[in-house]
Write a protein that binds this ligand. Structure first.
Ligand SMILES: *Cc1c(COP(=O)(O)O)cnc(C)c1O
Length: 393
């Protein structure tokens, strides 16, 4: 089955729900059982890892439908939902590590992922070492006998370095370490992480899976080998995602294969246009032919999303950047991305980098290109450049 067909058919069960096309929201804590024998059987089935409805926190038919749909789309074994993408990142890491371990995390990782490693994980006796996202097979030099996990994010969601996932995974596995990857940018549609050696694929479903900027949701997809560790760790933590959010995740993903190509196409159009602007020193987008990550992106990814950055010439100061950003009409100023609408932020990777410092560079602007017409977006940016130059004098 092609991905488009999977997205239209997986996780549906009209016969089980009075003919309703979508599985309704189950708002449930207690699941009543007719008698003690059935209750015991249900809990025994749960212990055998069957997807039974035994208690609200563990999952309802809607939870399992969402998790199975995402897992099957990406090519993993099973998935676990989380109340946010940040919780999914932490949960994936926690499912692998124990006190005394050493883990390797890409220097381009999402800020809150780093924060988790630098605070809570450190307190639990796990040492984090950051590595150059472009390290590739050079990761071999960093592996130690107690390295249990390599955590990737490709491309980095501020700086867009593409990582050589297969090369890194091969070395990690040879040393007995697992590979987790924040695959939010690639989505289960455009980066089939399990074909490239990933053991745990993490998504901020808040972004393209929900797709409409109206819910917080995370999901981790695991290989068969990693699944029991993920399941047991997260159940021990008592983490679960809310039913309405899961509903929005499953509803959102139905149209992923329609939305993403449009985000991709529009973002490339805008990125190409930005490359021709004299104010712009660099556009960071792996789908552009002259991007340093382009060859690996083309080899491993099936597409791109609508998120990328560009760097302004170093001469532009904070006031000029504010003049550009503050009065854009179609680009909302805000974090997150993956909704239908365009967004802009000024990215500040400097304080987040330790292995490969981000220095001596011009202001970095990150755009999320939504589903608006590119002509309108470009006109908005063009007016922004006029303000930028006027403010810089
Ligand atoms: C947004 C984001 C997250 C966190 O997701 P939330 O749902 O906001 O907690 C994790 N990783 C990446 C790459 C993100 O962009």
């Amino acid at each position: 089955m092609k991905d488009e067909t999977k997205l239209a058919t997986l996780g549906r069960d009209p016969e089980g729900h009075h003919g309703a096309v979508n599985i309704p929201v189950y708002r449930a804590s207690t699941i009543l059982q007719p008698d003690l024998k059935t209750l015991a059987d249900t809990y025994a089935a749960r212990a055998r890892d069957e997807q039974v409805t035994s208690y609200g926190r563990i999952g309802t038919p809607l939870t399992y439908a969402f998790e199975n749909t995402v897992a099957e789309l990406e090519g993993g074994y099973r998935a676990m939902s989380f109340p946010s993408g940040a919780a999914a990142c932490s949960g994936a890491i926690l499912s692998v590590v124990k006190a005394g371990d050493h883990i390797l995390v890409t220097d381009s990782a999402y800020g809150p992922t780093r924060n988790f490693c630098d605070t809570l994980l450190k307190r639990l006796g796990v040492e984090t070492e950051y590595f150059d996202p472009l390290i590739g097979a050079g990761i071999k030099e960093l592996m130690r006998p107690n390295t249990s996990l390599v955590f990737l994010e490709s491309p980095g969601s501020l700086t867009f370095e593409i990582q050589d996932v297969p090369a890194i995974a091969e070395i990690a596995h040879r040393h007995g370490a697992k590979v987790a990857m924040d695959n939010t940018w690639g989505t289960p549609l455009y980066f089939k992480s399990f074909r490239h050696g990933v053991d745990l694929s993490v998504h901020a479903a808040t972004k393209y899976i929900v797709g409409h900027s109206d819910a917080m949701l995370g999901v981790v997809i695991a290989t068969k080998e990693s699944w029991p560790h993920l399941r047991d760790s997260i159940r021990a933590l008592g983490v679960n995602a809310g039913p309405d959010e899961i509903y929005l995740g499953l509803r959102g993903i139905r149209t992923l294969a329609v939305r993403l190509p449009r985000h991709m196409e529009s973002a490339i159009t805008v990125a190409d246009w930005l490359k021709g602007r004299p104010e712009v020193s660099r556009v960071l987008h792996p789908a552009l032919r002259d991007d340093p990550g382009h060859a690996i992106w083309k080899r491993d990814f099936l597409g791109a999303c609508g998120l990328f950055s560009f760097e302004l010439d170093r001469k532009y100061g904070d006031d000029a950047v504010a003049a550009f950003v503050d009065h854009l009409e179609l680009f909302g100023i805000g974090y997150s991305w993956g909704g239908y609408e365009s967004l802009v932020t000024v990215a500040k990777p400097h304080s987040l980098r330790t292995a490969r410092p981000w220095q001596d560079r011009g202001p970095l602007i990150r755009l999320h290109i939504g589903l608006e017409a590119t002509e309108d977006l470009i006109a908005d940016l063009k007016a922004g450049f006029e303000r930028l130059n006027k403010a810089q004098g």
